[in-house]
Design a protein around this ligand. Structure first.
Ligand code: TMP
Ligand code: ASP
Length: 238
């Protein structure tokens, strides 16, 4: 499948049309941002790592019955995916306190929850992705009640599958962000990416951070953390 005109450029990916109107090509960049794009940088090798890891995880989820946008990996950085309209909600699942949850509620990071939590942010950089509840999302027409129910069901299913998978690799899945899309026929599918950009991964033994928090918090060792996660997932094929 050939790349045609560029349809969109986001902070970490570009999207291209193809000759098939129901398919697009996603191209992953090494660019990294934080704080709604205020903090800018680059993480060498990230585009390829996020592309390959996300594809691997989406295939795993598909096998477990979660519909995703994934179609075919085309190269290290490029993947053919189903064309969707992104539901403008960031869907965040948490198993352990960290990040904005710890800050908002004044608790330390690392508290293991009895039950996973879910929250939504309105995907809008100029408003700084504000927290939003389901009624507000409905009021703003961002999704229907049926779509929100389906998104919640799929998000918790993704958590069950991925938490068990990463546990087997010696990694705690602390929290993560998902985005969902609507296909041409109105089906809700998992879209965007699942990677160290969008998940918090802690080493199960040492709690060492193996994700983008090392960039967000200027901790150093960013590239090494991404490579380590790649090694855990792909072993010798990393
Ligand atoms: P938070 O604790 O900052 O709200 O982040 C929760 C999870 O969502 C964490 O795994 C990182 C991920 N995330 C994104 O993927 N994109 C974002 O813009 C933000 C703020 C968080
Ligand atoms: N999406 C955030 C940004 O704008 C990045 C992050 O914290 O993951 O730049």
């Amino acid at each position: 499948m050939e790349k045609k005109e560029q349809l969109y450029e986001g902070k970490a990916k570009k999207v291209y049309a193809t000759e098939d109107p129901s398919l697009v090509i996603v191209s992953y960049k090494d660019d990294a941002t934080a704080l709604d794009g205020l903090k800018k940088g680059s993480i060498a090798g990230k585009g390829s790592i996020n592309n390959r890891m996300s594809n691997y995880l989406m295939e795993l989820l598909e096998k477990e019955g979660v519909p995703t946008h994934f179609v075919e990996e085309l190269s290290d950085r490029e993947t053919l995916v189903r064309r969707v309209t992104i539901v403008p909600l960031e869907v965040i699942i948490r198993n352990i306190s960290a990040g904005s949850f710890a800050k908002r509620y004044g608790v330390e990071e690392g508290i293991v929850f009895a039950e996973p939590t879910i929250e939504f942010s309105y995907k809008n950089d100029s408003l700084h992705d504000p927290l939003i509840n389901e009624y507000h999302a409905l009021a703003l027409g961002l999704a229907t009640r049926q779509e929100i129910d389906r998104i919640k069901e799929l998000a918790f299913r993704v958590n069950d599958i991925l938490r068990a998978y990463f546990k087997g690799l010696g990694v705690k899945l602390v929290d993560f962000k998902l985005e969902f899309g609507r296909t041409g026929t109105g089906e809700i599918v998992l879209a965007d990416e699942i990677s160290p950009d969008t998940c918090r991964f802690w080493d199960a033994r040492t709690n060492e951070k193996l994700d983008k928090d090392r960039f967000r918090r200027d901790m150093g060792g960013v590239e090494d953390a991404y490579r380590e996660m790649m090694r855990r997932v792909f072993g010798d094929r990393a």
